[in-house]
Design a protein around this ligand. Sequence first.
Ligand SMILES: NC(=O)c1ccc[n+]([C@@H]2O[C@H](COP(=O)([O-])OP(=O)(O)OC[C@H]3O[C@@H](n4cnc5c(N)ncnc54)[C@H](OP(=O)(O)O)[C@@H]3O)[C@@H](O)[C@H]2O)c1
Length: 232
Amino acid sequence: MRNILITGATSGIGLEISNLLSKDNDVFLTGRRNLDKINYFPCDLVDIYELETLYNKAYQYFNSDIDVLINCAGQYINKPIEKMTLDEITYLLDVNFKSAYILSSLVIKGMKKNRWGRIINIGSISGVVGEANATLYSATKSAYTGFTKALALEVAQYNITINQINPGFVETPMIENTLDKKERKEVLDVTPQRRFIEPIEVAKLCQYLMSDDAKGITGQGINLCAGLSCGC
Ligand SMILES: NC(=O)c1ccc[n+]([C@@H]2O[C@H](COP(=O)([O-])OP(=O)(O)OC[C@H]3O[C@@H](n4cnc5c(N)ncnc54)[C@H](OP(=O)(O)O)[C@@H]3O)[C@@H](O)[C@H]2O)c1
């Protein structure tokens, strides 16, 4: 039974992770929308002052330190680099990377004190192989890679592991809102397994990475991508 803080828990992958992990653990959830739950705090992760409030709310709910942080919240922007506005650039960096960095800095103190912890960053295969017209999205996700490895080294002696999951195309509202019917077919055509990843597959990998069986896995990026990263 662990105390787990999950961002992006109101939809898609994060929702599935929270549904699975809440069966055997205590979870505290966040997203922007309003939900009437005692283990939920609505906040916009671009507001760095809200992050400390989120951390404090989770701490108060658990009445204890956070054992596991899952950085899942994220947004996607698809447009050519010359069309990206300065506001969009700042926004995506803040949502997809800076918030995870700051939240990690807040939870790590308790993890070090307790000499146990897990941080799991939900990256993307677009940060591993790159994605045209998603330059900043790809960059925010590969920023996780350096962060994951560096922090893994920094806290390795405290029984804390830091890992990253890089999903391929996952059947969630993010994809439903982005791809039309023709684009969905194109995605399936280029995906070696000819299928979308299901959110539960990501959730089960989180469950494994949290477990003591996975204590030797740290600083790793695991591509859960139906073969997309293998080449063509
Ligand atoms: N779906 C895919 O194919 C795919 C592939 C690779 C990686 N990923 C990554 O997986 C993660 C989850 O994606 P998903 O497909 O599950 O997307 P989703 O269904 O759109 O869910 C996104 C989640 O992030 C939260 N969120 C977004 N902006 C936020 C903000 N400014 N402040 C606080 N919370 C915010 C949303 O909460 P509210 O809506 O309540 O604000 C929601 O819970 C993302 O990091 C994404 O990049 C997805």
